[in-house]
Write a new protein. Structure first.
Length: 198
């Protein structure tokens, strides 16, 4: 249940700016969402319990990707009022699934190093993939090495914000439960040993 609440947070982090009439340019420049961290967390909860059918994992993964696909469609058509071209989103939708699978693979038992690796891998892979597609399929940059380099340099502010927002989201989602467990363990130990709490 918590994983779906986090997924809802990720969706809302993309939708709310459009609800408050943020312009496409200011929202794009902001690029501060809970999507990367939310998908890592959702993926970390994808493992089915022992003996459960494996199709349930696939169904959960598909539900997360479908929610974000619907978000992309809504934002493109209704919030930004652009025509919707399926081919422009295929790489992004595959990325959603891959980040969930990354979370499932490395974060069922999170450590600081694994969370940092997940954050770097998710934000960096989106930066590299999405901007390569912008360069390869678009007309904004010449189809040369210099054009590709320019495309990546122009996207650095977006990458920075995505990296920061993913780190904050993942840090909170994985760190707060660990902190709460540590506090509970300390309180339990103090209670068992009749130690003062302060």
């Amino acid at each position: 249940m918590l994983a779906y609440l986090v997924l809802l947070l990720a969706v809302l982090s993309r939708l709310l700016p459009s609800f408050f009439h943020a312009t496409t340019l200011s929202y794009g420049a902001w690029n501060f969402t809970a999507v990367g961290g939310g998908l890592l967390f959702f993926g970390s909860r994808l493992q089915s319990s022992p003996g459960a059918p494996t199709w349930r994992t696939g169904l959960k993964l598909a539900s997360a990707v479908a929610a974000l696909m619907a978000t992309d469609y809504y934002l493109t058509v209704f919030a930004y009022q652009y025509p919707f071209h399926l081919r422009g989103y295929i790489v992004t939708w595959l990325w959603y699934a891959l980040v969930c699978l990354l979370g499932m693979e490395i974060l069922p038992k999170p450590t600081i190093l694994r969370v940092v690796a997940g954050v770097l891998a998710s934000a960096t892979s989106f930066f590299l993939l999405s901007n390569f597609v912008v360069w390869a399929a678009g007309l904004m940059y010449p189809h040369t090495l210099a054009g590709l380099t320019t495309c990546y340099f122009a996207a650095i502010p977006f990458y920075r914000n995505d990296l920061i927002s993913t780190a904050i989201t993942a840090g909170a989602l994985f760190g707060l439960p660990a902190l709460a467990a540590k506090i509970a363990e300390t309180l339990h130990t103090a209670h068992d040993n009749n130690l003062p709490l302060a």
